[in-house]
Design a protein around this ligand. Structure first.
Ligand SMILES: [Zn+2]
Length: 317
């Protein structure tokens, strides 16, 4: 009997549940809203109802291999406790594994969302031909995942690969985590907006950026990227800064881990052509390992579905 798994990607905005076969074919899915304002019990109820709906729809035709759930935030893996999650306010120290288990009545795998996305890329994405990879997801924040020997590297407690919070600029821009100068504070989508605001406040903005600020439209990383494509000097400098921060971080990771493949995912990767030049220059400048033996830095090939595939693959593994 063909096997299938359920993969769940719980985000701050969207809650997605999918049925995936062993070849990486996604054959059924539910796209729900997280509605985090209704409280965590309500979210967990809708999450488990979604899982049960898909399981019941397919369990007579295929054999259920298992269920994987990716959640944003740092998880103490042994206890299944979500320690902190910027995208899920009010969920601090929430026993998420216990609450899901109570509703589900069957075993499942809990995983950090970026770790799950890294595993998805390893399974059927940009990293499918390598055994070691480093994944960075660039959205509002920056998440990280490390795959060593084909498996997620969890560290001692499950909190490994918080790669968005390595310090690049001591005394630099304040990060959501409380530290100053993190990679996230310089390369996430939110950092692009912050950089634009700083330039505007300093009074050094180019004409295009100033016009955008005066237009009444919300300042977003996508709009700054549009300006960069049109050749606006301030917007291009903002993305050069993004590239330098990424390149600096990746150079450090190459020097530490000596792995072959880096994969960038998340919405901000759309702006790849605006930051790649400064990123590659910075990696070459800062890593002598790279200069002697360049590595691959690739775009995610699964996009926003990487997390769902990775969560499902936990069950097949
Ligand atoms: Zn940080």
């Amino acid at each position: 009997m063909t096997r299938f798994a359920i993969g769940v990607d719980l985000g701050g905005t969207n809650l997605r549940v999918a049925a995936v076969n062993e070849n990486g074919g996604l054959f059924d899915h539910l796209s729900l809203e997280t509605l985090v304002e209704r409280g965590r019990e309500d979210v967990v109820n809708r999450l488990t109802n979604g899982i049960l709906e898909l399981v019941n729809r397919w369990k007579d035709r295929y054999q259920l291999a298992g269920i994987g759930v990716g959640v944003p935030g740092i998880i103490r893996m042994r206890e299944g406790i979500l320690v902190a999650s910027p995208n899920l306010p009010g969920w601090e120290n929430f026993n998420i594994r216990g609450h899901i288990a109570r509703k589900l009545n069957s075993p499942f795998f809990l995983e950090n969302d970026a770790n799950a996305a890294a595993l998805g890329e390893k399974w059927i994405g940009a990293g499918k031909n390598v055994n070691h990879l480093c994944f960075l997801t660039m959205g509002t924040g920056i998440g990280g995942g490390l795959i060593f020997d084909g498996k997620i590297w969890h560290g001692v407690s499950g909190m490994a690969a918080e790669l968005g919070h390595v310090t690049l600029y001591p005394g630099g821009r304040l990060c959501a985590c409380g530290n100053k100068g993190c990679l996230e504070a310089y390369a996430a989508a939110s950092a692009v907006v912050k950089a634009a605001q700083e330039i505007l406040q300093a009074g050094t903005a180019s004409e295009g950026l100033q016009k955008l600020a005066n237009s009444g439209l919300k300042m977003t990383s996508a709009r700054v990227y549009e300006l960069a494509k049109e050749g606006d000097a301030s917007a291009q400098e903002i993305f050069n800064q993004v590239g330098r921060a990424l390149g600096m971080a990746i150079a450090n990771f190459i020097n530490i881990f000596d792995i072959s493949t880096f994969i960038l995912g998340g919405g901000a990767v759309e702006a790849w052509d605006a930051f790649e030049k400064s990123m590659f220059e910075e990696v070459a400048l800062r890593s002598y390992v790279w200069r002697n033996d360049p590595r691959e830095i690739l775009k995610s090939s699964l996009g926003s579905q990487a997390g769902i595939f990775g969560a499902a693959y936990l069950a097949f593994q």
